[in-house]
Write a protein that binds this ligand. Structure first.
Ligand SMILES: [Zn+2]
Ligand SMILES: [Zn+2]
Length: 346
């Protein structure tokens, strides 16, 4: 089968013919219905040098996947071929205390493991078929279309986790700042509206992204620039925001987010923009916590998919065939995608 693969660091992905996988004991073969193209794939292609990550190419890209059970290996029960499923993407050891509660994204065994997940060191979903090493990584979709579900496994799950961990700060009268209204950001806005009573302020340099943000429920949209800081501050009555979620993660966006976060607030770094944020006694404000987050847990994915199935959040999807997948990444790199690009290989 054709697969879009990362063959070496600092290199565009390329197509290769690979054998159809065969599920071994405990494994599940999934026919991919949708594979989301994530901005972090661009970082995989262009930004990392050998040794920077705990895995190396070659592998098939695509860490945001949903489809149908194609075949199960010996010992897999309760999963019939044809069942629509989402693939949980962070593959931990399954045995450590964190994996036991579904937080495989923070598996304590992971530093010793060479594998981070499908599309991240092992073969992912940018191909008609994907081998999933354990049935525990699959969540049944019910009526949700795999194309709509695929982005929820990362672009939905990642902001869901970031918002849930800060939910105690997002009560009535609070403000949340969303920096970057791309694949994750457009879902972050919907999740903030669905999960909290907070006021949502969205920032993006692309005017069309701000139009989308407003359509999806952002109360205020702000274009970056010299006046942006004061404009956001004005929306909070001069107090600053309670939670800033930076889905870009450049030094510029991090300093912007931190400067606007009021005391006791959270600055959450989600984007892999590679920026640095100086932290010292005089800034950020008192008791502001700065944290990175990585993905979310399996129980959180179940909750995100339930919101999707109920129609309470949705990914704004642009579909691409597998042949067109490089175009999706080119458009993403040029900032010309709205919402999420999903590759439909089958
Ligand atoms: Zn991703
Ligand atoms: Zn573990």
């Amino acid at each position: 089968m054709q697969a879009l693969r990362l063959t070496s660091w600092q290199h565009d992905a390329e197509f290769a013919d690979v054998p159809d996988p065969d599920p071994g004991p405990g494994e599940v073969l999934v026919r991919i219905g949708g594979a989301g193209a994530c901005h972090s794939d661009l970082h995989l292609m262009h930004d990392f040098v050998p040794g920077a990550l705990p895995f190396d190419p070659p592998f098939t890209l695509g860490h945001e996947n949903a489809g149908w059970v194609e075949a199960v290996g010996p010992g897999v029960r309760c999963l019939e071929p044809g069942t629509p499923v989402a693939v949980y993407g962070a593959w931990g050891c399954g045995r450590c205390p964190r994996c036991r509660v579904g937080a495989e994204n923070y598996c304590v065994d992971q530093p010793r493991r060479p594998v981070a997940g499908g599309g991240l060191g092992t073969d992912g979903g940018m191909a008609p078929l994907m081998l999933v090493p354990d049935a525990r990584f699959l969540v049944e979709l019910g009526d949700l279309d795999p194309v709509d579900a695929a982005p929820l496994t990362d672009a939905g799950l990642t902001p869901y986790h970031a918002i849930r961990r800060s939910a105690h700060l997002l009560g009535p009268g609070s403000t949340a700042l969303v920096v970057g209204v791309g694949g994750l950001g457009h879902l972050a806005i919907q999740l903030l509206r669905e999960l909290t009573p907070t006021t949502v302020v969205a920032v993006d340099e692309r005017p069309e992204a701000l139009v989308l943000a407003a359509e999806l429920g952002a109360h205020h949209t702000v274009a970056p620039g010299p006046a942006a800081h004061d404009e956001v501050l004005g929306r909070t009555g001069g107090r600053g925001v309670d939670v800033a979620i930076d889905l870009v993660g450049s030094s510029v966006t991090l300093e912007f987010a931190a400067a606007l976060t009021r005391s006791l607030g959270h600055v959450t770094i989600v984007g892999l923009g590679g920026g640095q944020l100086p932290v010292g006694f005089t800034s950020p404000a008192y008791e502001v916590s700065v944290a990175t987050t990585y993905w979310g847990s399996i129980p959180e994915l179940v909750e995100v998919l339930a919101l999707g199935a109920a129609g309470r959040i949705h990914a704004d999807v642009q579909r691409f065939t597998l042949d067109q997948a490089p175009d999706a990444y080119r458009l993403m790199a040029a900032g010309q995608l709205d919402g999420r690009a999903v590759v439909v290989p089958s």
